[in-house]
Design a protein around this ligand. Structure first.
Ligand SMILES: [Zn+2]
Length: 201
């Protein structure tokens, strides 16, 4: 799988049901050259298996930017041996506490969402350095991410966090590969095919 293939798979899953997917094009063969084009705007109400009322709390372009940032981080971990993906591990997740001043609470989830968090904190820091906000809890619940925060963030900041929560329902919590949210005996989790194996036993 290439970075463009993986990115396309992820976008098609996260926006499944959105007619704008017809306009999607993904290109690039490395983190630096990865490029995504899709019609901008608000996705339809029901996308990727989730239903929002009255509408998704983020724009398509916000979700795309988050995915591009995340995929670049994910595919750069193995540098200089790119293009090759190296799944994040627990130590990568914990390293975010040192990398990002706002990463003050524990990550109550698996390491698969490391690059999502890295992208979120980096982007939030870029849009406004001086805002007074903090996460209050970051955890997995019913298989997807819950990112609670308080304080002062611009609307875009809220959108970025909402988009990350949506995206988590399509990312394996163990390894960060495209995954599916499923229930096994009432226990919800988002897993890729490899990490779903033998899970029911
Ligand atoms: Zn996995």
């Amino acid at each position: 799988m290439t970075i463009a293939d993986e990115t396309r798979t992820l976008i098609q899953a996260a926006l499944a049901g959105d007619p704008a997917l017809a306009s999607l094009s993904v290109s690039g063969f490395s983190p630096e050259t990865l490029s995504v084009h899709i019609a901008p705007g608000r996705p339809v109400k029901s996308i990727g298996g989730f239903s929002y009322s009255p509408e998704p709390p983020f724009h398509r372009e916000t979700l795309m930017e988050l995915i591009i940032r995340m995929q670049r981080l994910r595919w750069q971990r193995a540098a200089p041996f790119v293009p090759e993906v190296m799944p994040p591990e627990q130590r990568d997740l914990q390293a975010l506490h040192k990398k990002h001043g706002k990463a003050t609470v524990g990550f109550e989830c698996g390491p698969g969402w490391t690059d999502t968090f890295d992208a979120v904190f980096t982007w939030l820091n870029e849009i406004d350095l001086n805002r007074d906000w903090s996460p209050s809890q970051i955890k997995e619940k019913y298989g997807t991410l819950r990112f609670y925060w308080y304080g002062d963030l611009p609307d875009l900041g809220d959108e970025i966090i909402e988009a990350a929560e949506h995206l988590s329902g399509h990312l394996c919590e163990i390894c960060g590969a495209p995954g599916v949210l499923r229930s096994d005996g009432g226990w919800w989790s988002t897993r890729c095919r490899d990490h779903r194996k033998g899970w029911q036993s």
